[in-house]
Design a protein around this ligand. Structure first.
Ligand SMILES: [Zn+2]
Length: 388
């Protein structure tokens, strides 16, 4: 993708602030209940961001949560490992998307074994069944282009002075660093951090979500199995309505509409293959997340948590014939190269997170890009641990 061009696309949008429905809010309450049940919480006086993917069906009122993530951290360029064994980007949205991809790939195996109420096979590829839609929840406005004006409204004086003193020449075709020049819109940005912290190379969540609105969330490997992009129908965002400032809410609504997909409209080809812009609907929910920055204490000594939670639904039972199972495109599974396969192994740490077998899930905790509790010498030996 030529990210440089994206900064020039979509300069104005008509928008209407959408407040989530009671049905949406019941889904968000279920997400929060699952988070509470997982019990991976920040330390006292710390906050985090919660993100999740879930499915709805036109034939039932509830939802099926497929992945959940928390986190606000990202490795700076100077700490990226040479062997690629660490997760670079541990923001909640990114981990939730990784979990969603994992669930999608495992659901293909479940579909082959016992059928699926969510996906179906069509001409040797897979797709969602009719009436199934994918949605995303984020407990606050995603970092990057969507959140610049929202954060500016609550920024503390120390951070404001740092940002105000940073005047950066932003050249077309490059990404701006964090919140530098935060008065500019439609700018691709790297993950934010304090202005005096080492820079990262990861794009902001706003920019990554915008790319998903064009390419889908499934990634290059998932594209081998799904006959079209897996697109987000609706994104529900928290915290915004708590401001009570209608003017600010309208501004943030416009920012989210633009940043999370609107800026791609009209600027990219819409008739080439299975991938074309699908701007997600943006809704705001009044339901507060228990460990959000607003709830923990805005403007106090609260800090962001170092820990990230990754969870995805479903767990494949151990095969009676083999300790591992291979997933490959259904058309010719035996002829694919090793690089086109992924091993799905039984999970020793699967546990029931809600009543009923459909909500058994797998969870991990990530700190500084690595699984919690694993010593450095074992980080490249986790043969039974291919979660993310
Ligand atoms: Zn982010």
């Amino acid at each position: 993708m030529d990210f440089g061009k994206l900064t020039l696309i979509g300069m104005s949008f008509n928008h209407q602030t959408q407040e989530s429905s009671s049905s949406d809010n019941s889904h968000i309450s279920l997400l929060h209940a699952l988070y509470f049940k997982l019990k991976v919480f920040p330390q006292p006086s710390q906050y985090t961001v919660l993100a999740a993917f879930y499915l709805t069906s036109s034939t039932r009122p509830d939802c099926h949560i497929i992945s959940l993530g928390t986190g606000t951290k990202c490795l700076p360029e100077c700490r990226l490992p040479s062997q690629g064994e660490a997760i670079h980007d541990s923001h909640a949205e990114i981990l939730a998307r990784r979990g969603a991809i994992r669930w999608l790939l495992e659901e293909i195996l479940r579909e082959r074994d016992q059928g699926s109420q969510w996906i179906e096979c069509h001409e040797y590829m897979y797709r969602f069944r009719e009436g199934i839609e994918l949605h995303m929840y984020i407990s606050t406005v995603p970092c990057g282009d969507a959140s610049t004006r929202f954060l500016a409204a609550f920024q503390d004086l120390e951070m404001a002075s740092l940002k105000d003193s940073t005047v950066v020449t932003h050249s077309e075709g490059t990404a701006a660093r964090g919140r530098d020049n935060y008065h500019l819109f439609n700018v691709l940005r790297t993950k934010p951090g304090r202005a005096d912290s080492p820079p990262t190379l990861s794009l902001s969540c706003s920019d990554k979500i915008a790319s998903w609105s064009w390419l889908g969330i499934q990634g290059a490997f998932g594209a081998k199995f799904f006959n079209r992009g897996i697109y987000i129908r609706k994104i529900i965002i928290g915290e915004v309505l708590s401001s009570k400032d209608r003017a600010l809410i309208e501004l943030v609504s416009a920012d989210c509409e633009r940043a999370l997909g609107g800026r791609l409209e009209g600027g990219l080809p819409s008739d080439k293959g299975p991938y074309f812009p699908h701007k997600p609907a943006i809704w705001f929910t009044p339901i507060a997340f228990m460990h959000s920055r607003f709830v923990v204490g805005l403007g106090t000594t609260s800090t962001s948590s170092n820990e990230s939670l990754c969870w995805y639904a479903g767990s494949l039972p151990p095969s009676p014939h083999s300790p591992a199972r291979a997933l490959s495109p259904s058309s010719s599974s035996s002829s694919k190269s090793l690089s086109e396969k992924i091993e799905i192994l039984p999970h020793s740490n699967a546990f029931d997170t809600q009543s009923g077998p459909s909500h058994i899930g797998t969870a991990q905790v990530i700190i500084n890009g690595y699984k919690r509790g694993v010593s450095p010498k074992h980080r490249q030996k986790l043969k039974d641990d291919k979660f993310l």
